[in-house]
Design a protein around this ligand. Structure first.
Ligand SMILES: NC(=O)c1ccc[n+]([C@@H]2O[C@H](COP(=O)([O-])OP(=O)(O)OC[C@H]3O[C@@H](n4cnc5c(N)ncnc54)[C@H](O)[C@@H]3O)[C@@H](O)[C@H]2O)c1
Length: 246
């Protein structure tokens, strides 16, 4: 028997990295998963097989999120768990960052996370409760140079998580944050070009002490907090970073 037997879950960012590993882990634990991404979650669905299905959605587009959530809920006949994992970021000097790039990172990481919560919550309430697991970052807990937009967006996710946890605490909806440190996924390549003139030592300080995590190590935490084993966990931000934030 799996930790998530019979649960119906929406997972964003399921086409790659942590989201893909989480979708695979949730399915292995018995959940039915709606694998959401800009495009390409079909590969994840093929790997999972069974009754998993893919939905393309830009989470920064509120009306697209509303349609995606409604479609996922109609297909699954309800909703128990929402995992917000999609995200983007890059390094840039703040005094050179194009405002449109700042806006884009906030639009996906923070607004997108709010939109999925916004449109999933009525279904969770209608079903008598559920769990939302949001992806923050160590960069939402400590300052990271050349990452103002990313840090601001992830700090926003931390407080969004806490606010929703409190607001819906008495309606049987838990809201939890996962804050990974360096994890071997595609997003690392977006953070691979250090801005000209940047001091690499400042980046090194933020690196996971021993090694980066494997996405499956983060996926295990999603499964735990979303399952009944995590039933008393809400409003918490769980760092999984090998000891960056101590
Ligand atoms: N990998 C790390 O070191 C690390 C550390 C801390 C936090 N995180 C967070 O983990 C989450 C997952 O990232 P990852 O490391 O697996 O990277 P990844 O790039 O492998 O996966 C991110 C996924 O999000 C999807 N996505 C991006 N914009 C989207 C949009 N507008 N709508 C829908 N989907 C969109 C991408 O297509 C991709 O499949 C992100 O929120 C990221 O900020 C990652």
């Amino acid at each position: 028997m799996g930790k998530l037997d019979g649960k119906k879950a929406i997972i964003t960012g399921a086409g790659s990295g942590i989201g893909k590993a989480t979708a695979i882990r949730f399915a292995a634990e018995g959940a039915r998963v709606a694998c959401v991404d800009l495009r390409g979650a079909q590969d994840t669905v093929s790997q999972i097989g069974g009754d998993a299905f893919a939905l393309d959605c830009n989470i920064a587009d509120a009306s697209a999120v509303e349609s995606m959530v409604d479609s996922a809920v109609a297909t699954m006949g309800g909703l128990d768990i929402l995992c917000n994992i999609a995200g983007i970021g890059h390094f840039a000097w703040s005094h050179e960052e194009p405002p449109a790039e700042f806006d884009k990172i906030l639009a996906v990481n923070l607004n997108g996370t709010f939109y999925t919560c916004r449109f999933a919550l009525p279904h969770l309430l209608a079903g008598g409760g559920g769990v939302i697991v949001n992806t923050a970052s160590t960069a939402g807990l400590i300052g990271q140079p050349w990452s103002a937009a990313y840090c601001a967006s992830k700090g926003g996710v931390v407080m969004l998580t806490r606010a929703l946890a409190y607001e819906y605490r008495d309606q049987n909806i838990r809201v939890v944050g996962i804050a990974p440190g360096g994890t071997n996924t595609n997003i690392i390549s977006s953070f691979s070009s250090i801005p000209e003139g940047a001091d690499y030592k400042l980046i090194n300080k933020l690196m996971t002490p021993v090694k980066n995590a494997d996405p499956s190590e983060i996926a295990g935490a999603f499964a735990f907090v979303a399952s009944d084993e995590g039933r008393f966990i809400t409003g918490s931000i769980l760092t999984i970073d090998g000891g960056i934030v101590c």
